[in-house]
Design a protein around this ligand. Structure first.
Ligand SMILES: [Zn+2]
Length: 77
């Protein structure tokens, strides 16, 4: 499995692509995908970049929320 990028040695992350019916491995640094045979399939699109950014922001929001709530509750009690 192509766990590491040949270009920059960064860790690749597997992503299942329903439309392409396969798992592609993304290097966030090079912003490209390889398939299971470690062959570059394509570059990451602007849309996918935006999506990843949105997901990260969403994750940060939800992971911060319980902490805030806990602090506030503590203040009330
Ligand atoms: Zn890379």
């Amino acid at each position: 499995m192509p766990l590491y990028c040949k270009q920059c040695d960064s860790r690749r992350l597997p992503e299942h692509h329903e439309s392409e019916k396969q798992t592609l491995w993304l290097c966030k640094k090079c912003e490209n995908f390889v398939n299971m045979e470690d062959v570059i399939v394509r570059e990451q699109t602007d849309e996918e970049r935006e999506q990843a950014k949105r997901k990260l922001e969403e994750f940060e929001k939800t992971s911060n929320f319980p902490k805030e709530k806990l602090v506030r509750r503590k203040g009330v009690n």
